[in-house]
Ligand binder design. Structure first.
Ligand SMILES: *Cc1c(COP(=O)(O)O)cnc(C)c1O
Length: 395
């Protein structure tokens, strides 16, 4: 409570605290100095995390690495695409995604994204003919039509990588996101559902992709023997592939493992928070929260909504300003300077064709964090502040 008896604007920036259970394990690791994943003959925290994560998602193999960006990069390298291969990615994603494609010596081809934050399937199909791989970013957890994407790609034998960095716990037709394509990649960066500061993991059922990714992640000499399954494949690839040394260290795994049993609860809480705020925002004529596609059950820790009707850029900026006055930080993706999620800021790609639909969406799409720890009063405060700010900006 603020001193005048009003509820203070909730803090949505701080990350979630780390479960106490992590402390003993970290103490043990600090005492022994056993921080490198390949020192112990077996049972290293990173190896245990890989097993637990694979079991949680229902995948055969998991490889823990330094970040989701590293996982995306290694996934592309593990597909063994020719240099210059064209990789379709949604034009609404985080700059790390086109970056991973560039690092892997491939060429990103940006696909239009609609006002519901999902891949525009007509543009996707039109650009698929000369693509050699597809990387679908479930941006902010919004799932594109994976049935349509997989049908189109399977028919052409084009591999699909899922960037599920921000989608842990989301399901599609009851299936875990990240298990639909050939590879799924997740992030443990602090603003994702599981927080280790930094970290990432990839999952796959394909033994060749797993073997290649393990070697390239930095399993030099015979360290691949500490990864279960498919021993022969590893033998084949050892010393044939470059090492990128993107390994995870044991301290990160010690922070992540006790959070895995909390995922289901965080997903349920996140969904409640999102839907609670969405209902209040949708009651305002100037705001629209796009619904999920029918097969998606989402796991949000933030909310995205569009300013609908007739908004000028200066009115949208005024809305941002009015929300800030009420203590709520709203970001209009396309109106915040240098936003890493606006494709025109990815100057490292050189000249790109314009993407008018994605651009129009980004100029009116807003982003607000809703960490799972928020109380009902916090949520009501945020929803009210957003609605009031919209009314203030439009009058
Ligand atoms: C956070 C994020 C990434 C990058 O994850 P890092 O672990 O920080 O490398 C990639 N894609 C999406 C959609 C993300 O949200």
């Amino acid at each position: 409570m603020a001193p005048d008896g009003q509820i203070a604007a909730p803090n949505v920036y701080d990350a979630e605290p780390i479960p106490l259970a992590a402390r003993d394990e970290i103490e043990r690791l600090l005492t022994s100095g056993d921080l490198f994943r390949y020192t112990a003959p077996e049972g290293a925290p990173v190896a245990l995390l890989e097993q637990e994560f694979a079991d949680l998602l229902g995948a055969r193999y998991a490889l823990a690495v330094a970040s989701c960006s590293a996982a995306l990069f290694l996934s592309l390298k593990a597909l063994d695409l020719p240099r210059g291969a064209r990789v379709l990615i949604p034009a609404f994603t985080f700059a790390a995604v086109p970056s991973a494609v560039v690092h892997a010596d491939c060429v990103p081809v940006l696909v239009e994204v609609g006002s519901n934050y999902r891949v525009d399937m007509a543009d996707f199909e039109a650009k698929l003919h000369d693509a050699q791989a597809v990387m679908i970013s479930h941006m902010r957890g919004h799932t594109s039509d994976m049935d349509a994407i997989m049908a189109l790609c399977d028919a052409r034998q084009i591999p699909v990588i899922e960037d599920a960095a921000h989608s842990l716990g989301t399901t599609w037709n009851g299936r875990n996101i990240g298990t639909i394509g050939k590879v799924g990649c997740f992030s443990f960066q602090s603003y994702k559902l599981v927080n280790a500061g930094e970290g990432g993991i990839l999952i796959t059922d394909d033994p060749e992709i797993a073997a290649r990714a393990v070697i390239m992640s930095g399993a030099y000499e015979s360290n691949w023997k500490k990864h279960p399954g498919m021993q022969n494949s590893y033998m084949l690839w050892q010393n044939k592939l470059p090492l990128y040394n993107m390994r995870m260290q044991n301290l990160s795994a010690a922070v992540i493992r006790p959070q895995l049993p909390l995922v289901a609860e965080r997903v349920a809480k996140g969904r409640f928070n999102h839907d609670h705020v969405a209902a209040q925002l949708n009651a305002c004529d100037w705001i629209d929260v796009p619904p999920p596609l029918a097969p998606e059950l989402r796991a949000p820790d933030s909310i995205q909504f569009n300013l609908t009707g007739d908004w000028t850029d200066s009115e949208a900026l005024e809305f941002q300003h009015q929300a800030k006055r009420r203590g709520v930080h709203v970001q209009v993706f396309g109106l915040s300077e240098g936003n890493a999620r606006a494709f025109w800021n990815w100057q490292f790609l050189g000249d790109q064709p314009d993407l008018p639909h994605t651009r129009a969406m980004l100029m009116r799409a807003c982003d607000v964090r809703l960490p799972t720890r928020l109380t009902r009063d916090d949520l009501d405060y945020i929803a009210n502040a957003i609605v009031d700010a919209a009314m203030a900006a439009k009058t």
